[in-house]
Design a protein around this ligand. Sequence first.
Ligand code: AMP
Length: 408
Amino acid sequence: MIQAIVILNAGSSSVKFAVFALAGGDLRPLYRGHFEGIGTDPHFLVSDADGATVADERDSLAKVASPEDAVPRIFAWLGSHSAGLEVVAVGHRVVHGGPVYSEPVVVDGPTLEALTAFEPLAPLHQRANLAPIRAVAAARPGLTQVACFDTAFHRTAPLVAQVYALPREYFDAGVRRYGFHGLSCEYIIAALEALDPAAAAGRVVIAHLGNGCSMAAIRGGHSLGDTMGFSVLDGLPMGTRCGQIDPGVLIYLMQQRGMTVDQVEDLLYHHSGLKGLSGISNDMRDLLASDQPGAQLAIDHFVYRIGRALGSLAAALGGLDALVFTAGIGEHAAEIRARVCRDAAWLGVALDEDANRRRGPRISEEGHAPSVWVIPTNEELMIARHTLRLLGRSSSPRQGEATAAVHR
Ligand code: AMP
């Protein structure tokens, strides 16, 4: 019997998952897949460790109306497809650990209650993240479940970086800068340590540029702060989210334009960012391929905001030893990386154009500081490592670099 860990990353209309076999204290990737279009046109797609498609289903999925429904289907597929696989734990990506959780945690009844209490902090995401935990608990009572938080990594940020300039009572009530993409940051720091231990131990900015975008300042492996704040709306412009915006705009929209709270929420989360500004698409590939002025403006603004954030984070760090690009845009859009690096020449960044086209991993000129890197993120592997550690099967959340390379 091969023991395995299942990782679930649930959104409101999708569930991404990954399956790892336990090989001694190591993790071997087996499958990666997703349910998308849940509630509208469900699509179940799974690939194996070599990237070959092993499941691609649509028609038989009519009853998958919610992320909870997807969970038993994933387990059923695993059971029928992988005889001899024993699932010993499930690791979940949970967006919010609130002010309480600075580490992953094994989920029991009281923990689930505590996490449910954080739903108002991230209404669009937390509920979707917790639903599969309940579904697994109902289907497989007694199975170990681990919650890994996007906020946990940033709990080390100093108080001065976590407060808003509001009366203190709001901070005490939970209105503070949390920061997100923490699992990605943890994975990247571990991967950078394998490539350049001195850089990883120094002053690092990670630019996580995907559908969601954030940049984090990390010193000695610990977060000093993040461009995302109380919510995942703050900081950089994203696929459909606005990024930093003057709160006065929201007051104006509600007071003078008569918009309701729900309308403003919908605008800021779903119709802003690259999509809103370009009027064309939230996908950087579409914008890079377009000759429309809106696309150009959206790209220019995106690069401009990254440059401003980089300067601000470098100031918080007192300098810069390494800059890392990751996630969809960071890993694949050489043109965006090149523009950000050229604008950062004042920080000493010297781009190696060939290495950038080859995707590095190092894309700065040899011997030049700060070093610049492209490192594919792997949040699922990070969750699997934490889950393994909490099972008492591995002492370090940072082992398994070799399997990480295979898995991507
Ligand atoms: P992620 O959320 O990390 O999956 O990133 C998704 C985003 O990455 C997409 O919306 C695209 O804008 C971007 N992306 C993916 N591949 C490329 C590419 N080859 N060139 C430019 N952008 C890309």
